[in-house]
Every structure is written in structure tokens, then in C-alpha cells.
Design a protein around this ligand. Structure first.
Ligand code: NDP
Length: 401
């Protein structure tokens, strides 16, 4: 029925490709295009072996080269680009989609290379151009942002009359056996967590030093884990689209060992994003660090334990206070068995494929740039469990927050 192009060939792209291949009725053929073609070929070969799906084309592309990417899209003629390369490429890929007349979907908001600053303004500025072209751009369709935003939309639509307090809680209770590794691109991950924390309260952003608010939260099937408030990009679009929110925070778990490594990395300057001279060559310390850290795509094999990510929400229903918790747990080992990728790649790739399916089957659509909470959450959540991420909910429990 539809052709898509997947851009990127990391852990998330691998999961998206596996998942598209599992639904050949929707994804009749697809291309994997990335900077290193050999990585695209490896994913295509694994899928051919594991699933017998062989309608995959691969290509080398620099997604920051708009004319080259436009030419590739014009030649292959997909309906949709699923962008799971890096956030640095969001705008150039959106430009190429506009030039070639192709819908767009991503999992992370644009970030300039020279400044660790996550905000939607750059991509929301494409609203008129996508509208005029009659094309859809779907922003942030991974797990967080993505499923957490859709969980919130479900709460607002079905569970509450008004939502007031939102806490997104993200636990990774997995163990990959390495002293220090990040679960997705180390450069993007370290930039995200070393910036100041930020949350929304009473109509304004409250900024806090990194890791300065900590609480032990209990996660289903996982137990208590030290959780820290940090800024996460979906907060920006959620407080815009759900203006009844009085407070919105994001919590993520970190172990003491991880935080110690991170502190040392920062103290010795290895988290720097400004260029320094090394033996006559300009290098960026954080980029160099990425080359010596474990590749997140290689963590899967011995990864045990699970992730647990969800939304804890308080609000009003029929004039009374109500609490609500909606979450998914995902086992790293199960994700690896199915796709040869670990749970964090899996929880990002499955929603990206599901969002793509929503667009291609007409359940989601419209001309313009959309965050996922602006769409109907029901058809997406009806498919998410079947696609590998079953979700659970509880009304009226103790939220701890
Ligand atoms: P990886 O670093 O494993 O993979 C990134 C891929 O993008 C690599 O294959 C890389 O190529 C390719 N790439 C980088 N630059 C370019 C370029 N200029 N042109 C073409 N390809 C390029 O990352 P992950 O798979 O772990 O993550 C992918 C995305 O998912 C990231 O944007 C990340 O922020 C997002 N994410 C979102 C989450 C969510 O819940 N919303 C959670 C986790 C991740 P090469 O192989 O040559 O380096």
C-alpha cells in the first residue's frame, strides 16, 4: 500500500525497520538511508533472515544535504519519511520533504549543534509551509516524547474533565553490564541531561540545577528507584496544548554509579561541545567521547531488566479530585530477541512505526506541523500493545507525587 523512507541506521532505525517489515500490508516496501550504507545493509540483511521480508532498498545519504536528499526522495517517491537519525537533521529533512512533497515524522526535536537547547520553535515555524503544501509533519513520535504525550491526551479525553498535575516518570531498571554507557546516542543523551533542569508551574518555567530534585519513586514490577527532575522536550508542547496544567514535570531514574561517571566526565571537560585543538586538529570533546563509549546499538545482547515509563496525573472528574497512572514496561531481553536492539531503541522505534501507520492508514492526518498529543489517541493506543508495547492504567491509586 505505501512506501516509506527510514533515515538513520542506529538502534532506533533498526527497530522501526523490523516493525515496518512485520506489517507488510501497510509498509509494502521501504528504504533505509543513512550516512553509512553498510549499517543500512546490515539491518536489511537481518530482516531478510529473521522475517523473510525483502522489499528493502538501502542508500547512503547525508541528511544535512538538502538537494541530495530531495533528489533521493523524488526518485524513490515515498509517502512518508520516518526520521530516526539525529535531531541535528530535523530541519534539513523537513526542507527536503517540502521540496519533494513527502510527509514527515520524527522522534526528537531540533537541536542546533553548537548549543544544547531543545525547543520546538524551529520546527513549529514550518507550520505555514507544511499547511500550504498540504503535507503532515508529525513531531516527537517516540516514547518520550511520543507515547507519554499520547498517554496524556488519553487522560484529558477520557479520564478527566481537567488535568492539573502531570508527572512523566521514566525508569530504566536495566543492567547492560558496562561501567558506563548511554542507552541512545551518547552525544545527544549527555547534552540533554547535563543542562539545567526545568519544569512548568503556575504558568511559568522554573529552572533548577541539574539533578537537584530527587525522590525515590516506586515503579510497577521494578520497585523504588532514585528519580530526578530534568527538562524534557514534550513538556513544552504539552503545557501549550493542555493549558489547564498547573504543573508539569519529568522524572528520570539514574544510578549513583552513572551519576559519578557523569560528574567526572563533566569535571574533566569531556562533556564540552565547543571545539578544542588537539595535535593541530579541531575536535569537540563530547564527539570524541562518543567514539570511545560503548555503541548503544551493541548493548542489547546481555541487557537484562526492564524500562517502565508512564504518566502520573491528578485532576478533576465530576467535580472531584482524581488520580491516574498509565504506563508501559518493556523488557530489554525481549526487545533484543525480536529485533537485536535493546529496550530503549525498541520503546522509541515501535511508536515511530505506529505513528507512521496512523498517517498511512488515514487515522491521523491534516496539513501542517503537529505534536502527537494533537491527534486522536484512541487508534494509536489500540495498536500499541499489539505492536509490542502493552500499556496499563490505574484510576485512584497513590501517585507518590
Ligand atoms: P544512533 O546514534 O544509534 O543512530 C543515529 C543514526 O543516524 C546513525 O546511523 C547515524 O549514521 C545516522 N546519522 C547521523 N548523522 C547523519 C546524517 N547527517 N545523515 C544521515 N544519517 C546520519 O541513535 P539512536 O538510534 O539511538 O537514536 C535515533 C534518534 O532517536 C535520535 O534522534 C534520538 O534523539 C531519538 N530518540 C528518541 C527517543 C524518544 O523516546 N523520543 C528515545 C531515544 C532516542 P552513522 O551510522 O554513520 O553514524
Amino acid at each position: 500500500m505505501s512506501k516509506v523512507v527510514i533515515i538513520g541506521a542506529g538502534g532506533v532505525a533498526r527497530v522501526v525497520a523490523y516493525k515496518c517489515a512485520e506489517y507488510p500490508g501497510v509498509f509494502t516496501e521501504f528504504m533505509i538511508a543513512s550516512r553509512t550504507k553498510a549499517k543500512c545493509d546490515e539491518i536489511a540483511a537481518d530482516i531478510r533472515k529473521d522475517l523473510g521480508y525483502d522489499k528493502i532498498t538501502t542508500a547512503a545519504i547525508d541528511a544535512e544535504d538538502v538537494p541530495a536528499l530531495t533528489a533521493l526522495l523524488r526518485e524513490y517517491q515515498p509517502e512518508l519519511v520516518i526520521h530516526v537519525a539525529l535531531p541535528y537533521q530535523d530541519l534539513t529533512i523537513m526542507d527536503a520533504c517540502l521540496a519533494a512533497g513527502v510527509h514527515y515524522l520524527d522522534t526528537a526535536n531540533y537541536e542546533p549543534k553548537e548549543e544544547a537547547k531543545f525547543e520546538y520553535s524551529h520546527q513549529w515555524a514550518y507550520q505555514e509551509r507544511f499547511e500550504a503544501a498540504g503535507l503532515t509533519a508529525i513531531l516527537g513520535c517516540g516514547f518520550d516524547p511520543g507515547v507519554t504525550s499520547i498517554f496524556t491526551a488519553r487522560a484529558a479525553k477520557h479520564i478527566f474533565d481537567e488535568i492539573h498535575y502531570l508527572d512523566i516518570v521514566d525508569a530504566n531498571a536495566g543492567d547492560h553490564g558496562k561501567a558506563f554507557a548511554t542507552n541512545f546516542n551518547p552525544e545527544i543523551n549527555i547534552r540533554e541531561i547535563t543542562q539545567n533542569g526545568k519544569y512548568w508551574e503556575n504558568g511559568e518555567w522554573v529552572e533548577i540545577p541539574p539533578f537537584s530534585i530527587r525522590k525515590d519513586l516506586t515503579y510497577p514490577d521494578v520497585g523504588p528507584k532514585a528519580s530526578y527532575v530534568l527538562y524534557h522536550e514534550e513538556l513544552e508542547s504539552l503545557v501549550k496544548h493542555f493549558p489547564t496544567l498547573k504543573r508539569a514535570r519529568f522524572w528520570m531514574t539514574f544510578g549513583d554509579e552513572y551519576l559519578t561517571h557523569l560528574r567526572v566526565i563533566q569535571n574533566i571537560g569531556m562533556a564540552g561541545i565547543q571545539p578544542v585543538m588537539h595535535k593541530g586538529v579541531e575536535i569537540i570533546p563530547l564527539e570524541f567521547l562518543k567514539t570511545v563509549l560503548p555503541d548503544p546499538g551493541d548493548l542489547g545482547e546481555n541487557y537484562v531488566g526492564q524500562t517502565s515509563i508512564g504518566c502520573r496525573i491528578r485532576g478533576i472528574k465530576d467535580g472531584k479530585e482524581q488520580t491516574y497512572y498509565i504506563w508501559n514496561n518493556c523488557h530489554h531481553a525481549q526487545a533484543y530477541k525480536e529485533t537485536r536492539a535493546q529496550g530503549v531503541s525498541y520503546t522509541t522505534g515501535v511508536p515511530a512505526m505506529t505513528g507512521a501507520m496512523m498517517l498511512l492508514t488515514g487515522a491521523w492526518g491534516g496539513a501542517g506541523v503537529f505534536n502527537v498529543e494533537q491527534f486522536n489517541p484512541d487508534p494509536f493506543l489500540a495498536k500499541l500493545g499489539e505492536h509490542g508495547l502493552p500499556w496499563h492504567e490505574e484510576i485512584g491509586g497513590d501517585l507518590e507525587l
